[in-house]
Design a protein around this ligand. Structure first.
Ligand SMILES: NC(=O)c1ccc[n+]([C@@H]2O[C@H](COP(=O)([O-])OP(=O)(O)OC[C@H]3O[C@@H](n4cnc5c(N)ncnc54)[C@H](O)[C@@H]3O)[C@@H](O)[C@H]2O)c1
Length: 341
C-alpha cells in the first residue's frame, strides 16, 4: 500500500516536472518537433497556435495539446516555446516569449537583418531562460562524424554545395519579404555548419545572379577562415533535387572526406583511389537529420540549467554571414567579418 502511494507520488513529481511545450506554427517542422516531444517523457506538448486554426487542430488530433486562439493564450499554457512559423515572424515571437519568461527554441533563421539579429541577441543574452536556435545539422550523425575525423587531421580547404530544387513549396519560400532571401531560407544551414566544422570566418568574396525567381538565386562564394583554412561554396535555388543536394568535400593531407546529404560519408586516404563509406541511410530521418538530438538538447539545457549547444550568438553569427554575402554581392567588394556578438 505504502509502495503504491509512494510510486504515485513519484509519478506525480515526474508529471509536474515535465516541460510544457508550446508550438507556434504547426506546419511541416512544427509537426516534426511536436511528434518528437510527444514521445519524450520529460516533455509534454501542451499548447498549439497557428494563424490557420485547422492546422493546429489537425496537429492536436495526432499528438495532443490545447489549440489556442492567440499567442497570448499559448504563452499562458507552456514553459517553452518552439517558433516554427515562417522566417519573418521569428524575431517578434521570440522577443514576446522572452518577455514572458519562456524558454525559446527558434527555428532557423535566428532573424532577418543584422539590426533585428542584434536586438534579439541582446534580449536572449539578458533572458533567464534557455534560447536555442534550430541548426539541426550540427547533431546529424554524418556531420558529428565529420567533425570527429577532422579532430585528428588538419583540413586544408573544402568545396561546399547547398542547393534546393525549387522555391515553391511551401509557397512563402519564394517570397523574399517572408524569407529574407534564399540564403536565409536554405544556405544558412551550411553557413552555420562551416563555423561548426572549421571555426570562425575572417573574410569572403561573393558573386550572385538571378534567373528563376525575383531575387538572387544563384551564388558562388569564397570564404577565408581565421585559421588560414579556405573554401569555395556554391548554392543554387533551382538546381532540381538531384542527390546529394548538400555536400561538403574536405581536403586534408592525401585525404578527401566527403559528405552526401545526411546519408553518407566517404573517406579516401593515401595515394590510391580506395575509400571507406559510412552510411546512415537505415537511420530514421528525424534522427538522421539531427531533429531528435536537438530536441533532446533543448530539454537537457532547460532541466540542467546549462547553455544549449546552438546559442543565440551562433544564430546571430549565421545571420551576419548571410548579410555579409549579400553585401559582398551588392558592393562587389571583399567583406571582412566583424568580431560578432
Ligand atoms: N531546421 C530545419 O531543417 C527546417 C526545416 C523546415 C523549416 N524550417 C524553418 O521552420 C519555419 C517553418 O517552416 P515550415 O517548412 O514548417 O513551414 P510551413 O509553411 O509548413 O509551416 C508554417 C506554419 O506557420 C503558420 N504561421 C504563419 N505565420 C504565423 C504566425 N504569425 N503565427 C503562428 N503561425 C503562423 C502557417 O499557417 C503554417 O502552418 C521556417 O522558418 C523554416 O525556415 C527549418
Amino acid at each position: 500500500m505504502f509502495i503504491c502511494g509512494f510510486c504515485a507520488f513519484l509519478a506525480l513529481i515526474r508529471f509536474m516536472d515535465k516541460v510544457r511545450i508550446g508550438i507556434v506554427g504547426t506546419g511541416y517542422i512544427g509537426n516534426v518537433h511536436g511528434r518528437i516531444y510527444s514521445r519524450d517523457e520529460r516533455a509534454e506538448v501542451s499548447a498549439l497556435f497557428d494563424v490557420v486554426p485547422e492546422r493546429a487542430e489537425r496537429t492536436a488530433r495526432s499528438i495532443g495539446g490545447k489549440v489556442c486562439s492567440s499567442r497570448e493564450e499559448l504563452l499562458a499554457n507552456c514553459d517553452a516555446v518552439l517558433i516554427c512559423s515562417p522566417n519573418k515572424t521569428h524575431k517578434d515571437i521570440a522577443l514576446n516569449a522572452i518577455v514572458e519568461g519562456k524558454h525559446v527554441f527558434c527555428e532557423k533563421p535566428f532573424s532577418i537583418g543584422i539590426d533585428n539579429a542584434r536586438e534579439l541577441l541582446d534580449a536572449a543574452n539578458a533572458a533567464s531562460g534557455v534560447f536555442q536556435v534550430g541548426h539541426n545539422r550540427r547533431y546529424a550523425p554524418v556531420y558529428v562524424k565529420l567533425k570527429e575525423l577532422l579532430q585528428n587531421d588538419k583540413a586544408h580547404s573544402a568545396h561546399i554545395k547547398m542547393n534546393r530544387g525549387e522555391l515553391k513549396n511551401p509557397v512563402w519560400t519564394g517570397d523574399v519579404n517572408v524569407t529574407g532571401g534564399f540564403l536565409y531560407e536554405t544556405t544558412i544551414h551550411l553557413f552555420d555548419m562551416m563555423r561548426f566544422q572549421f571555426g570562425e570566418i575572417e573574410e569572403l568574396t561573393a558573386y550572385g545572379s538571378y534567373h528563376e525567381y525575383p531575387e538572387l538565386d544563384e551564388f558562388s562564394i569564397i570564404f577565408k577562415f581565421k585559421s588560414g583554412f579556405h573554401c569555395t561554396f556554391a548554392s543554387s535555388s533551382d538546381a532540381s533535387w538531384h542527390f546529394p543536394f548538400e555536400r561538403i568535400e574536405v581536403f586534408c593531407h592525401h585525404r578527401t572526406i566527403m559528405s552526401e546529404e545526411m546519408e553518407r560519408l566517404l573517406d579516401s586516404r593515401g595515394m590510391d583511389a580506395n575509400f571507406e563509406t559510412l552510411s546512415w541511410h537505415m537511420t530514421e530521418k528525424e534522427e538522421r537529420w539531427g531533429y531528435v538530438q536537438e530536441d533532446k538538447a533543448f530539454i537537457n539545457a532547460i532541466v540542467n540549467g546549462t547553455d544549449p549547444p546552438v546559442t543565440a550568438l551562433d544564430g546571430f553569427k549565421s545571420v551576419e554571414l548571410v548579410e555579409s554575402v549579400y553585401n559582398a554581392i551588392r558592393t562587389g567588394e571583399r567583406v571582412k567579418i566583424r568580431a560578432g556578438g
